[in-house]
Design a protein around this ligand. Structure first.
Ligand code: GTP
Length: 347
């Protein structure tokens, strides 16, 4: 069976579980995950090698493949420049794709016929949810590649509740297949992989065999810091923060020091927020909050990098940065990478 390869974008509403699915398929944490919607801000490539599975009497098997998974920001109506940038990331992730996985959260209630006239809070919530589904479907309808409907979070609903969901979603688009999964509990992932490989064209690898992502470690580090902010702070603070790595010094050698300690990576990061009040929350009483963010982030960064980490965090205010097109553009890690490369050439 000839080798297959292709780009597979994972799209869906905020909080559908896209990043959880990416991490589950890769068997490694690449994208940050929180219970807060709109956690993912850029598209993230994760490279998955799928070994050949030989055909048997009971199993159709599949060829070996390289799947380039693309995690994307949750589809939502944009209100700020940041939102617009996030939706542009989704559009970019949908260009020239071989396959799209449209992820749906099965815990969302389906609309009912009398919702239009029903004024109860539940009916209003269902109506809002249906409007958000409609908006997400506008992205799906434009696609010319095959789309798999992936019903996620099946661990949280009764099996009998899945049938009406399948009927509802299947009536909205000609999906190539419907696959119920739990990204969190890693259920249904084998079937999802089988169906994914089946849809890919024959072709060579896009990335070297052992490369997990095209995103350099310094940007993964920035995301880990942002994840801790999202998890540790409340109200509007998580949405109003951005993390920029200002200094990133890798150790000259990965060898242990003479006293048997791991080498040190020195990192300085700026946490941008929009108001002085948010800065005060991020720093906390006697600097307690910033310390907690730093300590929890450092531990995870150390295990990612395999070194000790010296992490300095600074909080800076940039009024209404989410509405500044140039600031939002500068946050794009691909652009930051180009600037770093240009500076190195100058040097
Ligand atoms: N019960 C259950 N929860 C899940 C499952 N998959 C994801 N979640 C939870 O759903 C929440 C959102 O997960 P994410 O992976 O961040 O969702 P996302 O679609 O990437 O979110 P955005 O970045 O906002 O677009 C987290 O609290 C996850 O733990 C699942 O299969 N079952």
């Amino acid at each position: 069976m000839a080798f297959r390869s292709g780009f597979v974008s994972i799209i869906g509403r905020p909080n559908a579980g896209k990043s959880t699915l990416l991490n589950a398929l890769l068997g490694q944490k690449l994208a940050i995950v929180t219970h807060k919607p709109q956690t993912t801000r850029t598209r993230i490539h994760g490279v998955l090698e799928v070994p050949l599975r030989k055909k048997t009497r009971t199993d159709a098997g599949h060829p070996a493949a390289q799947i380039v998974l693309v995690d994307t920001p949750g589809i939502h109506k944009p209100a700020t420049q940041l939102d617009r940038r996030m939706m542009q990331e989704v559009h970019d992730a949908l260009e020239a794709r071989d396959l799209v996985l449209f992820l749906v959260d099965v815990t969302h209630r389906l609309p009912r016929e009398n919702d239009e006239t029903n004024q109860s809070p539940t009916a209003r919530r269902r109506k809002l949810s249906a409007a958000e589904d409609d908006f997400a479907m506008t992205f799906v309808r434009k696609l010319t590649c095959p789309v798999l409907l992936v019903l996620n979070k099946i661990d949280s609903v009764a099996k009998a509740d899945l049938l009406p969901l399948i009927a509802h979603w299947s009536s909205l688009h000609n999906f190539a297949a419907v696959i119920p999964i739990s990204a969190k509990k890693k259920q249904g992932l084998d079937l999802l992989l089988d169906q994914t490989v089946a849809q890919l064209p024959e072709g060579q690898r896009y990335f070297p065999k052992h490369q997990l992502t095209d995103q350099p470690e310094r940007f993964l580090v920035a995301e880990i810091i942002r994840e801790k902010i999202l998890l540790l702070t409340g109200e509007e603070v998580p949405y109003a923060t951005a993390v920029v790595i200002e200094r990133y010094e890798e150790p000259a050698s990965m060898r242990k020091t003479k006293d048997g300690k791991l080498p040190v990576t020195k990192i300085a990061a700026a946490i941008f927020c929009e108001r002085a009040g948010q800065k005060a929350i991020l720093i906390g009483k006697n600097g307690e909050m910033l310390k907690r963010i730093g300590t929890t982030a450092r531990k995870e960064i150390e295990s990612l990098l395999g070194t000790r980490v010296f992490l300095e965090l600074f909080v800076k205010v940039h009024e209404d940065w989410r509405s500044s097109a140039s600031f939002v553009e500068d946050l794009d890690w691909r652009r930051q990478l180009e600037e770093i490369a240009a500076k190195q050439v100058d040097k």
